[in-house]
Design a protein around this ligand. Structure first.
Ligand code: SAH
Length: 348
């Protein structure tokens, strides 16, 4: 039988496990603290747990751990990019950013991705597998240890489509925001999706206080279909209705991500169409100059075009910011580091 992943269990589940093993429930509290507050890398680090108990846990449970493969630090802004190896040898990347309001970690939710967005490096080889809740937490725990600093914000915007890994994502959010764990406020958690409408509706019904970011990238169905295959499944009309529903259910303002690609979606006309599309929605627009990916032909918009785009939205009363590009010098874009590493390994 496959061993249960102990770090993905809630405290309540862990108490039930301990009872089943013939242990007292307070053991669960101790184990949980070691895993989620002290962020122990294995049972062996748990000094107040008896050797016999550690051995029993080792036999009964899987304890996930990440190995740091590389860390790159940006000389420009101190952003750090981590490449981690999972227990099965697969690799994921995470990014650590220092902002005035605290430290933010961007985590991956899958190894690879099957959404196929044309400008994205994570999806080039398709989906390898989902990450478990513990593997998502491990990225944050490993970075906290390595930097020695507390993480206050978490964004699920690395490789993978989080709503394509829904159950594990929710479990991850539950554990991450639990008062017995790292206790990050739900308001400091952002989940980014390419727009899987039924899953967004399901998420709305959970009534969490997290921020939902929607990767829009185009304001007409035709253009969006060119950039994102998911647009063949759901129209912008359905997507906008779904965003309004999300706000209605949660009271949380939606963030729209819009990556600007030169001559593809960055003209004045595009900005006007976007403004008309989202008018009346309680939202915020994040403009991101597209990060050129070696395998793709897309080129960043000119600085002037980015500024004109933002100015037009502002004039229409739409809240928009141009995202600062952090870590440009260190393969900051989704999936780039893992790909580079994999291809260098292949070239040997
Ligand atoms: N699958 C989720 C989250 C991961 S991608 C989603 O689609 O939202 C995080 C964000 O980075 C998305 O908005 C995605 O469209 C964007 N992105 C991916 N590759 C990019 C690139 N090369 N340049 C700019 N943004 C990119």
């Amino acid at each position: 039988m496959e061993k249960k992943d102990i770090k993905s269990l809630t405290l309540t589940e862990l108490k039930e496990e301990m009872t089943a093993l013939g242990e007292k429930p307070f053991r669960a509290v101790q184990l949980y603290e070691w895993m989620h507050q002290k962020q122990a890398r294995g049972f062996e680090e748990m000094t107040n747990i008896s050797a016999a108990m550690k051995a029993k846990c080792g036999e009964s449970y899987l304890y996930t751990a990440l190995r740091i493969v590389t860390v790159q630090e940006s000389a420009i802004d101190g952003t750090k990019k981590y490449l981690f190896a999972l227990s099965d040898g697969n690799m994921v990347e995470s990014v650590w950013m220092r902002y005035k309001h605290g430290n933010s970690v961007c985590i991956s939710s899958q190894v690879g991705c099957r959404m196929g967005c044309r400008f994205c490096a994570s999806t080039l080889d398709g989906l390898v597998r989902n990450l478990s809740a513990s593997e998502m937490l491990d990225q944050i725990y490993a970075i906290t240890r390595e930097t020695g600093e507390r993480v206050s914000n978490v964004v699920v915007m690395g490789s993978g489509e989080p709503l394509d890994n829904y159950e594990n994502l929710l479990r991850f959010i539950t554990l991450l925001t639990d008062e017995n764990g790292l206790h990050i406020s739900q308001r400091n958690v952002t989940v980014s999706t390419c727009g899987i409408v039924p899953m967004m509706r399901k998420l709305a019904q959970e009534k969490l206080q997290i921020t939902l970011a929607l990767s829009l990238h185009a304001a007409t169905d035709e253009k969006r279909r060119e950039l994102m295959p998911i647009a063949n499944q759901y129209t912008l009309e359905e997507l906008m209705a779904c965003c309004a529903y999300y706000f209605e259910q949660t009271g949380r303002r939606i963030t729209f991500e819009y990556s600007l690609v030169r001559d593809v979606n960055d003209t004045r006309r595009d900005a006007e169409t976007l403004a008309a599309l989202i008018r009346g929605l309680n939202c915020h627009v994040n403009l991101i100059p597209v990060n050129p990916v070696k395998e793709r032909a897309y080129v960043q918009s000119e600085r002037q075009a980015v500024e004109a785009f933002a100015a037009l939205l502002a004039k229409k009363g739409i809240n928009a910011t141009v995202r600062r590009e952090m870590g440009r010098d260190i393969d900051g874009a989704c999936g780039q580091l893992r790909r580079r590493f994999l291809s260098e390994a292949e070239e040997g």
